[in-house]
Each structure stands twice: as C-alpha cells, then as structure tokens.
Design a protein around this ligand. Sequence first.
Ligand SMILES: Nc1nc2c(ncn2[C@@H]2O[C@H](COP(=O)(O)OP(=O)(O)OP(=O)(O)O)[C@@H](O)[C@H]2O)c(=O)[nH]1
Ligand SMILES: [Mg+2]
Length: 391
Amino acid sequence: MEIVKYEGNNLDELITQAKREYGKDVKIISYEVMNERGFIPFLGKKRYALFIQVPTQEEGFFDVLAKEEKNEEIDKFLEKIEKMIDKKIEPLKNAIVKGDSALLDLPAHAAQNSKLDFAQEFKEFTGDALDLIRLLLKKDVDPKVAKMLVKESCGLDIDANKFDLNTSFFKEALVNAIEKKIKFKGPLKIQKGAFKVISFVGPTGVGKTTNLFKIASELVLNQKLKIAVISIDTFKVGAIQQARSFSNILNIPFFAITDSKNLKKTLQNLSGIDVVLIDTVGRSHYDYWRLGEMKEILGSGSDFMDISLVISCNYKNSEAIEIVNRYRTFFPISDIFFTKIDETYKPGILLNLPIKTDIPVSFISTGQKVPEDIRILTPERMANYILGESL
Ligand SMILES: Nc1nc2c(ncn2[C@@H]2O[C@H](COP(=O)(O)OP(=O)(O)OP(=O)(O)O)[C@@H](O)[C@H]2O)c(=O)[nH]1
Ligand SMILES: [Mg+2]
C-alpha cells in the first residue's frame, strides 16, 4: 500500500479530487489543518493536507486477488488444524462433561505413561471404590498401590459383579487398608537406662539435623530422658555450630567425631545416657564412595543402633524408591522418617514408599519450627495427609 498526500485550501475539493483519481471508495487515512502565514498572521488562510491510501503498483488488482486466494488456502489449512485439534481434545471435553477427574488431572506417573487407560486398568471396581482410586491417583499414589489399598476395603457388589467400598467413608476405607499394609513404628518409648542409639541418615538438606533436635526435645522435655548428641557431620560448613547450639539450648552433651574409632570410644564413654542421637552428613544416594565412608564410621555401632532414613515428601516417587534402595545396600534401615509434608499437596510418596519397600514409617515433619513441627505417623494421620484433610 502507498500513502498519497493532497494539499489545498479546500478540504472538500481535495476529497473530490482523490475520489476522481482513485475511485469513490478511496480510503482516507487522515487530514491535517495547517495555518498559512500571511502578512497579518491571524488573517492567514487555512491550508489542508489530506492523506489517502492507495494500492501500490505491484499490488494491483490481480495482486490483491492473488493474496485473497492465498488467504483462502490459509483458511483451509487452519480449518484442517482446527479439526485435528478438536479430534484430539474430544476425550478431554467428554471427561469434563462426565467429571472424570482422573483424566483431567493426570498424576505425574500417569502422564508419563499416557497409555494408562483408567477404565481398563480399574475395570474390576465400581462406585465409590473408583472415586477413591481417582482421588489417590491425583495425590500421586502409584496406580498399583492405589488398586491394592482400595481392594483391601472392598466387597463384591453383586449387581455389578465388581468391587466397591464396604464403607461410604473414604477415610475409614483408607485407614483400614493402611493398617493392613503399612508398618508403623509408633511412639518412641524408651526405658530409662536403655542406652538406645538412633542415627539419622539421608540425602542432603532433607531435614536430618532439624528433626533430630525435635526428637531430642521430646525425649528431654517430655520423657525426661538423658540424651547425648553426636554429629559426624564435620563436612558441611557451620553444621557443628548448628548442632552445638541446639544441644546447648537443650542442655545436653554434644560431640563431634570424624572416624569410627572415635565413635566407638565416645559411645563407650557415655555412661548414664538413655538415648544417643547421631546426626550424619547429607549424602547423595548416587555417591557410593561417600556412603561407604559413612558406613565405615557408623559401622562400629550399626549392629545395635536404629538407622532412620530421612526423606522429604518433595521427592518424586521413583527417586524416593531409588534413595531407599541405594541407602539400604549400605545401612540396615529401621524406619522411614518423612519431612516437608507442608511443601507438597501430592503426598502419594507416604503410601508408595512403605508399601514398595516394606520398611516401617516413624515420624513426619510438618514444618521448620523446632520442636513443635513433628508428628508420630499413624494410619489415621497418613490417611488425613493423603485425603488432604486438616489435622
Ligand atoms: N518446610 C519445611 N522445612 C523443613 C522441614 N524440616 C526441615 N526443614 C528445613 O530444611 C532445611 C534443611 O534442614 P536441615 O535439618 O539442615 O537438613 P539436613 O538434612 O540436616 O541437611 P544436611 O545436613 O545439609 O544434609 C532447613 O531450612 C530446615 O528448617 C519441614 O518439615 N518442612
Ligand atoms: Mg544436617
């Protein structure tokens, strides 16, 4: 397109001229009023500039037509794409109509395995059982784990010849299944003079040190036990100071050690102590070398100590399984201690991990505050976290 400018003292005449030259449908873009200076300024005549838009020579009638033809081609092409998209989203549209939440909000593992056909996978279930399975999948519970747990609380619906929940309460159904399938360590009941040693191991930054001191507080303040803390984390900058200041607050003895001989000696010298809590350095489960090093240090006591594997609920399910499997090749894990439940709304790991590894669960950390943000894991609590109910 080209812009043509007309100038003159009469705007109407300029428009008429433009129409005469370019046809009556000529496109007027704008006009300007310019004051022409005379001898006496305020008597100066008005002058106008008119701007019109005309097709350029290259874009003559045939060019414009050709363009329109091309546009038609584009329109056809777009129409084709629209049809293809419609076809693709048809199942989702149906899911919206039917309220099929499992299809609309696929959990991570289901998204990876897009072939997960809900109806086919869970064809043996009906009614509330299917609704509970959908809810569990939304919370990232593994489909196999969900199936197995829900079946625990089902009876056969004779009319449908399918499994349905034998209670109308999801929580009751879930608690019942969890009680049957997951082992819980329960409260830390330690006799005075028992000399129990508990070590906290796990990947970096999962909350080992913070939660060790939550446990220490409970044992000192509520159970009136004599506690000592040993840290073998001489690796992380500030770790010893962090642990020492927590120990000072609780007024309990604190030792920092670097090798297995020292650990043995320190443990032997701790007479009159009921519980020794050992804080370890965070190690990646892929770092076999350093895990071996830590095994050597803990080795001197690992046959009589409990080793608690601390795992953040933030981990993806597959990674969490990997952590447990790699750690358990080095240490006899006595329980899984979950942390950071406050940082996820899809805590399927709480069910997947103990069921897939058969390791008992102990505590759950619910936030950063020491000592209050910790709970003993119970079937009821676990069900509450999964169902998203407040505690
Ligand atoms: N939101 C949240 N933060 C937590 C929780 N537990 C611990 N934290 C925080 O996580 C961070 C790391 O905690 P640490 O106790 O130092 O973790 P660690 O496993 O000892 O770390 P390393 O010794 O470096 O391996 C700190 O900021 C804690 O306050 C929890 O349950 N929820
Ligand atoms: Mg630490």
